[in-house]
Design a protein around this ligand. Sequence first.
Ligand SMILES: C[S@@+](CC[C@H](N)C(=O)[O-])C[C@H]1O[C@@H](n2cnc3c(N)ncnc32)[C@H](O)[C@@H]1O
Length: 276
Amino acid sequence: MSSGYLVKDVLKDISQTLSPIIERASREAQLLLMHHLNVDELWLLMNQNSHVKDAHKLFEWVERRAKNEPLEYITQKVSFYSEEFYIAQGALIPRPETELLIDEVIKNVTDKNARMTFVEVGVGSGIISIMLAKTFVNAKIIAVDISQAAIDIAKINIEKFNLGDRIELRLGSLLEPINEHIDYLVSNPPYIANNAALESNLSYEPQNALFGGDIGDEIIKELLDEVLSRNINFFSCEIGYDQKDKIQNYLNKKSFEKLEFYKDFSDFDRGFTLRL
Ligand SMILES: C[S@@+](CC[C@H](N)C(=O)[O-])C[C@H]1O[C@@H](n2cnc3c(N)ncnc32)[C@H](O)[C@@H]1O
């Protein structure tokens, strides 16, 4: 690619390359170019005849996108709950429906100044723990993940938001690294069945962030056992759209105060809060 390329021509070329493969190709062309030039949408509109330097670098990204690599891994940026986070392969790309899990916790803990201990299992990029720390200003958060790559990415985000003194990262499985008393357990665990056929873009995401066992709900059930045996007051958890009945059956005959499910934007069951 020549370095004398104009903005308007670059946008047209990227759109043409991507349109057979992805929806919203012209929007993604804008996003890639904005990221490359470090400019906003208004600048792009006003500078259609400006030259684009180092376009070869941009077209390497376009090639990656044409192979269905998620845009977020290419730009290393993702927005969640109106904040911008760093993201890279090694951590799951945060999904919009996970914002509802944060809302669920906010609904259950009305005192924003409460001095309580949250534990998150499966911290990934850190989005849940960070939003909880920002919301509950006196809370301590311990965030666990089985993947060192995820912990490294979460650490970058925790530093970005200056929350290193409030969120402690621990490498390990489920609640194995936690001996402290837990007031509130939160998790968006892997919950897809191991043999489920998935769209090709999901192959870029860490497999241990997606697959939860042969049935899919094994990790959720292990967490439920922990909650019951450790007497954890609250547990809010994201689930697959078809897992509500299985969870209800699992908790049948167990002793607790309340089990409430919530739905996502498409009206699918997407999570629950268990209160002991
Ligand atoms: C669905 S991702 C959620 C990431 C992030 N919390 C979010 O909502 O975007 C699940 C995370 O759980 C982690 N994980 C999988 N098995 C685990 C286990 N046994 N113990 C702790 N973390 C686990 C994965 O590495 C992954 O980061």
